[in-house]
Design a protein around this ligand. Structure first.
Ligand code: GLU
Length: 295
């Protein structure tokens, strides 16, 4: 039998605000799946977009995760310190002719709905972006652990996508692919809002000759009106000073049986019971509205 690599999962928040119910769901869900597989669970700070970042948010998110008992099994990686690795990947793609420097502005691409198929820049810019060349017919399909078969025609639906932004910052798609590979991530578990990014990431893995991990996208947490909670919204930060009720709500939102957790428990015994009683087959494939109070 071929040997399979030991399970390595991760939670990779962007420090754009406090940890909210949706991020706790992704953190807890990815932690539960990693624990169940007897694997390793990592936390990575995705701080590569300074214009969207909130000062102190990364530390606050890490402190909140610690209060929830969710500790990275290895040192926390920070994307802001990894520019040389992204540059090396970009240089390879450029050298292989798989990426190109692009002077197109947003308004240049307005007539094609923002989708880039070839350069139409009317003037060179001092700060060009770098894009991945996505050949016609680049259809990517994968089996999501919850959502099932997903297929996207990346050329038609997304186009040549940005790897390095015109403002000089690294694009999430490149950084996440480089870091997932370098950290040996075998299983990406995250919110369903990133389902749409996954084909781009697989295409990039193929261009860089990197392995493709398994993907499982958890249902999004919706607010009481059924609307998606914005990731950077400070509206619903989870209360890290009282972690047990929030963990119980996340447990239920993950489709798990509330009775499987002990009635009164400190965080560590709650997590121990959760890891023992977690049933992945109960994960809901549909978005849920888990914000009813348990107290
Ligand atoms: N940093 C991304 C976010 O917070 C998540 C990246 C990922 O899990 O792939 O939206």
């Amino acid at each position: 039998m071929p040997e399979t690599s030991p399970y390595r999962g991760r939670f990779a928040p962007s420090p754009t605000g406090p940890l909210h119910a949706g991020s706790l769901l992704a953190a807890f869900g990815s932690w539960l799946l990693a624990r169940q597989a007897g694997g390793t669970w990592l936390v990575r700070v995705e701080d590569l977009d300074p214009p969207r970042e909130v000062p102190g948010a990364a530390e606050a998110q890490l402190a909140a995760l610690a209060a929830f008992g969710l500790h990275s099994d290895e040192p926390v990686l920070r994307q802001s310190e990894r520019g040389a690795h992204y540059q090396a990947a970009l240089d390879r793609l450029l050298a292989d002719g798989l990426a190109f420097v692009c002077h197109c502005s947003r308004s240049d691409l307005a007539t094609s709905g923002g989708i880039h198929r070839h350069c139409v820049a009317r003037a060179p810019r001092p700060d060009p972006a770098v894009r991945l060349r996505v050949p016609d017919g680049s259809v990517i399909a994968f089996d999501d652990g919850l959502a099932g078969r997903i297929e996207q025609d990346v050329a038609r639906e997304v186009g040549d996508f940005v790897l390095k932004r015109a403002d000089g910052f690294w694009a999430y798609q490149l950084a996440v692919v480089v870091d997932d590979a370098e950290q040996g991530i075998t299983d990406v578990v995250r919110g369903a809002d990133l389902l749409d990014s996954t084909p781009r990431q697989i295409l990039l893995q193929q261009a860089l000759g990197l392995p493709t991990p398994g993907y499982l996208h958890l249902p999004l947490v919706l607010d009481e009106h059924g609307d998606k909670l914005s990731k950077s919204s400070a509206a619903m930060p989870v209360d890290a000073s009282d972690p047990v009720p929030a963990l119980r709500r996340a447990w239920q939102a993950l489709g798990q049986d509330p009775a499987a957790l002990p009635a009164v428990a400190d965080v560590d015994s709650l997590l121990r019971a959760a890891a023992e009683n977690f049933l992945p087959e109960r994960l809901p494939a549909q978005p849920s509205v888990p914000l009813q109070r348990t107290t």
